[in-house]
Design a protein around this ligand. Structure first.
Ligand code: HEM
Ligand SMILES: [Cu+2]
Length: 533
């Protein structure tokens, strides 16, 4: 038997073996250990969360359309801001990235599946329980979490509703899910790369996810510790965060932000990988400065552990500490600038075309940069005393998270939809989605900078009359952005149900192993590892 034939028979037998184990209907999804099925589950779940979290944002913007209290009780308003934040961070952005990792990382490195497929099933399926619990807490007596997504003590301890126990349990489950997902990504990348796929040949999406996975493993336990201390302070008589018992509420903030700042990078590093795949594809050029992209990502991740207290400038730190955190924060803009420079240099003199994935990627670069600049303004310690806890901060993090992280997720969805479904999406409808989103996202978030500079505080249901006109504009932008996402839903449904068949490589400038397999990608890819040279 020649080697070729032997490989062929091995492949055939493994295939039949797999076929025997196939479940159908609901059991296929419940018991699946297939990275593509699990990726699909994550993506659908995160989209559902995006719509639910978005509905809460609409409640917030409806209340803020006019000054005064119109639609909701202040306590319910606080629950909306809190649960909106929690859902978007832990339910929408993070699971979307994990879904993309599940689908794409094995295909990009030439692996047959994730390394730990049964754990993969668990990582996903515990999430719906966590979020059902979190959402159910809204209907409890006393209401759901109302202390902000940052759950500062003593709001989350002394003054919190009885649902706080459920909140803590839900967060623990989300953390366990993230850690299991991260372990799976790391083990897969280290062990299952195809022959010849050295680290410095890995696509940047794989690199950025590898680094993100280490961030996750480093900081999710810190979050778990913080919520556990909140739990014991509230229910078991400890006083970690209670000055009366010898504790310190500012310590809560140190612990929270030691998790929280790396967490915001967990929500942006995979975006960098996505954009680094899409920009070269539609510029028909190699990515400019591949290795500097890898080092920039690693330095951003490293620095993210040294800047947590820039969220705490107003808590009364020694001046030397304030300066340390100011300069470390500003340092992050150096590797970030390297990335933006490299994307622009990749486009420079490329043969660019503007299909929808590219449109979202370009919008990402421009709008994320605006968010970076407002971050630099916030990093200036003395100036932060004015902006802190105002709408300026809200503007900053929505530029980096909505027109940053979420736009990159949409770019990724459009880029790989033909690979996932085997169909091209409706280009005209998708362009509507893009233009409506990009216009409305700026109507929604840009004026918030001015509200903040003029002193409008964040997280309040009512405001002074002078802010009325700008808030009305912002709310209109919000409703427009919300409606625009229904176009996305329509594009997705249409594309899943049919459409022009996509070839193996529907984008002619695209590169990578995922484009060497047919579309839709077969249930099992690479039973024989591809050779990379
Ligand atoms: C050039 C890089 C960046 C700098 C210099 C920067 C700086 C800052 C500073 C100083 C604050 C605290 C402001 C205050 O509370 O008074 C802040 C808040 C925040 N940043 Fe950034 N940032 C940067 C990038 C990012 C990125 C990439 C993300 C996420 C994708 C992000 C997400 C957030 C969030 C969520 C908050 C608010 C947290 C809260 O209070 O709820 N930032 N940023
Ligand atoms: Cu930060």
């Amino acid at each position: 038997m020649t080697d070729m034939m032997r490989e062929q028979t091995v492949e055939d037998t493994t295939h039949t073996a797999h076929e025997v184990h196939h479940h159908h209907g609901i059991r296929r999804w419940l018991f699946t250990t297939n990275h593509k099925d699990i990726g699909t589950l994550y993506l659908l779940f995160s989209f559902a969360m995006f719509l639910i979290g978005g509905a809460m944002a609409m409640v917030i913007r409806a209340e803020l359309f006019q000054p005064g209290l119109q639609l909701v009780e202040p306590n319910f308003f606080n629950q909306m801001t809190t649960v909106h934040g929690l859902i978007m961070v832990f339910g929408a952005v993070m699971p979307a990235f994990t879904g993309l990792a599940n689908w794409m990382v094995p295909m990009m490195i030439g692996a047959p599946d994730m390394a730990l497929p049964r754990m993969n099933n668990w990582s996903f399926w515990i999430l719906p329980f966590a979020f059902t619990m979190l959402l159910a807490s809204l209907f409890m007596e006393g209401g759901g979490p109302n202390f902000g997504w940052t759950f500062y003590a003593p709001l989350s301890t002394t003054y919190s509703p009885q649902s706080t126990g459920l909140f803590v349990f839900a967060l623990h489950i989300m953390g366990i899910s993230s850690i299991m997902g991260a372990i799976n990504v790391i083990v897969t990348i280290i062990n299952l790369r195809a022959p010849g796929m050295t680290y410095m040949k890995m696509p940047l999406f794989v690199w950025t996810w590898l680094i993100t996975a280490f961030l996750l493993i480093a900081v999710m336990p810190v979050l778990a510790g913080a919520v556990t201390m909140v739990l014991t302070d509230k229910y078991f008589g400890t006083s970690f965060f209670d000055a009366a018992g010898g504790g310190d509420p500012v310590m809560f903030q140190h612990i929270f932000w030691f998790f929280g700042h790396p967490e915001v990078y967990i929500m942006i590093l995979p975006s960098f990988g996505i954009v680094s795949a899409i920009v070269p594809a539609f510029s028909r050029k190699k990515l400019f400065g591949y290795s500097s992209m890898v080092y920039a990502t690693a330095s951003i991740a490293g620095l993210s552990f040294l800047v947590w207290a820039h969220h705490m400038f107003t808590t009364g730190m020694p001046v030397a500490a304030e300066l340390f955190f100011m300069y470390c924060t500003m340092l992050i803009s150096v590797p970030t600038g390297v990335k933006v420079f490299n994307w622009v240099a990749t486009m420079w003199r490329g043969s660019m075309t503007f299909e929808v994935p590219m449109l979202f990627a370009i919008a990402f670069i421009i709008l994320f940069t605006i968010g970076g600049f407002s971050g630099l303004m916030l990093a200036i310690t003395p100036a932060d005393f004015q902006y802190h806890d105002t709408y300026f901060v809200v503007a900053h993090f929505h530029y980096v998270l909505v027109s940053g992280a979420i736009f990159s997720i949409m770019a990724a969805a459009y880029y790989w939809l033909p690979k996932w479904t085997g169909h091209m999406f409706d280009e005209r409808l998708a362009k509507w989605h893009f233009w409506c989103s990009v216009v409305s996202v700026n109507i929604l978030f840009f004026p918030m900078h001015f509200l903040g500079l003029a002193g409008m505080p964040r997280r309040i249901p009512d405001y002074a009359l002078q802010f009325a006109d700008v808030n009305a504009v912002v709310s209109i932008g919000g409703f427009m952005f919300g409606l625009s996402q229904l176009i996305f839903l329509a594009v997705l449904i249409k594309c899943i149900r049919g459409g022009e068949p996509a070839g193996a490589k529907p984008w002619d400038g695209a590169e990578g192993l995922e484009w060497t397999v047919p579309s839709p990608a077969p249930h099992h890819t690479f039973s024989t590892p591809p050779k990379v040279d």
